[in-house]
Design a protein around this ligand. Structure first.
Ligand code: PHE
Length: 471
């Protein structure tokens, strides 16, 4: 049963399986739901530029560090730092990771619930003949209600727990391998449809409502006047969230990676795939946003309000809508399982629990937080802390605070505490592969990444703080 990696532990069985699982964790709602609306809220092009910069100078090094720590220690994030040399103070990463897992999965399952509703709506052809305004209203009516969103959320959490039960090889690896490539193809089709919408002219007045070219311009033309410390922090938070780094997901997955895998190239490939999907999602969304005369600042509802319009306008839209929302749900699942896996692996290895009860307990406890997030748009919408409802609060705190802080500790540990020999041994697979870029990697991990994270982090919080970002 065990994979190629390790001493009797469950593990991935092939290189493609590793990439599929890690990319499955990285590629999810973060790319398709979150990236477009956070980019839309923070000015588009200039945000994208900072985001890309952070992926390269911070994201890839943190990801590689997580893989290295996890595979070296053969343990969950908590246990890993307990085991490794001079690691004890860094168990904080494991603890923060558990808290982050609760926060993330709470709002993640809310949105994943929305995607399930949209699978249902697509199948029942509910968008047919609806205007842009009506489609927006459909979403507004749905997500502020109670029982519909809660039921879908519950179904999503059960699905997540179900895959995690099944274990790494027969659960996670098996599903991600087939489904991730399919999603990529659908997004490419959507990109072409969205860009080719072109100009939208009101047939009665002859006035131009909008053009898909303006959407491309919004995404790719960096308008630096829209950038401020808060937007840069949001770009950092998005990079962490999207790559699934900073909370130990990839320490855990790293512990399932075989000793013969080249961790550096895996980190680069996974980060590349993740970034590609995010940018493509932007290309699928923004041209349509502009074509239909909508606002890129529509917030968390952006993709749900925009995409049904594209499906309506394209040939075969009925089928594509179903496929798209189905695959989006699946992309969400391959991410949510990785978040739950952190909690479950920690409970199994540290508390010596069995996998099944650990999964049930963790998933149930997280669902309680999830219910609060879903209700934050309905019954609990007037309950605010620091000007944010619970959903926004969890999202902001996890992505912009916990993940960057965790990432900071992770690179500091790898760069300054783990020991150069130890790091080199793991990255070079005990000297069997050449680690040609090792000097550069170590330099980035020691100096560039920690300084960059600390700077963006303090700058973003110090200048704008909680209150100013409220809403
Ligand atoms: N990276 C996932 C996404 O983009 C979300 C995620 C965040 C998963 C943190 C694991 C850890 O959807």
């Amino acid at each position: 049963m065990a994979g190629i990696g390790s001493s009797g532990r469950d593990g991935f069985t092939s290189k493609f399986g590793i990439i599929a699982a890690a990319a499955g964790s990285a590629v999810g709602l973060g790319n398709i739901w979150r990236f477009p609306y956070v980019a839309g809220d923070n000015g588009g092009g200039a945000f994208l530029l900072f985001y890309l910069l952070f992926i390269v100078v911070i994201g890839v090094p943190v990801m590689l560090s997580e893989f290295t720590i996890g595979r070296r220690a053969q343990a969950n994030p908590f246990g890993a730092f307990m085991k490794l040399k001079r690691g004890k103070p860094f168990v904080l990463v494991g603890i923060m990771g558990i808290v982050a897992a609760f926060f993330i999965l709470a709002f993640y399952s809310t949105v994943a619930g929305w995607t399930l509703e949209y699978v249902y709506l697509s199948v029942s052809d509910a968008f047919n003949g609806k205007s842009g305004g009506e489609i927006s209203e459909m979403f507004n009516g749905f997500y502020t209600s109670t029982w519909g969103p809660l039921s879908w959320q519950l179904i999503f959490m059960i699905l997540t727990a179900f895959i995690v039960f099944a274990g790494v090889q027969k659960g996670i690896e098996k599903y991600t391998k087939i489904l991730m490539p399919m999603l990529l193809v659908i997004i490419l089709v959507l990109c072409v449809s969205s860009v080719s919408l072109g100009e939208n002219v009101d047939p009665e007045t002859g006035k131009v409502i909008g053009s898909s070219w303006d959407g491309l311009k919004f995404l790719f033309y960096p308008d630096f006047s829209k950038i401020n410390a808060e937007a840069i922090l949001a770009a950092l938070g998005q990079a962490f969230f999207s790559l699934s780094i900073g909370m130990g997901v990839l320490i855990t997955y790293g512990s399932y990676i075989g000793k013969d895998n080249n961790l550096t190239s895996t980190a680069v490939q996974v980060s590349f795939a993740d970034t590609l999907v995010a940018v493509l999602a932007g290309v699928a969304i923004f041209p349509a946003v502009y074509h239909f005369g909508m606002s890129p600042e529509a917030g968390p509802g952006l993709v749900f309000k925009v995409l049904p319009n594209i499906f309506q306008a394209m040939p075969g839209g009925y089928i594509f809508a179903i496929l798209f929302f189905l695959l989006l749900t699946i992309a969400a699942l391959t991410s949510s399982i990785s978040v739950l896996e952190v909690v479950v692996a920690s409970m199994v290895e540290e508390l010596k629990m069995k996998r099944v009860p650990a999964t049930v307990i963790a998933a149930s406890a997280i669902t309680v937080f999830g219910v609060l997030c879903t209700m934050a748009f309905g019954e609990l919408s007037s309950f605010k802390i620091f000007g944010k409802n619970l959903f926004d609060l969890f999202e902001f705190t996890a992505s912009n605070i916990f993940l960057p802080l965790g990432g900071l500790l992770i690179v500091i540990y790898l760069g300054w505490f783990m020991g150069k020999k130890e790091v080199l041994a793991e990255i070079s697979n005990e000297g069997t592969i050449k680690a040609r870029l090792f000097g550069v990697i170590l330099f980035i991990v020691r100096f560039i990444a920690p300084v960059a994270i600390a700077f963006v982090f303090l700058n973003g919080l110090g200048v704008f703080g909680f209150e100013a970002t409220g809403g």
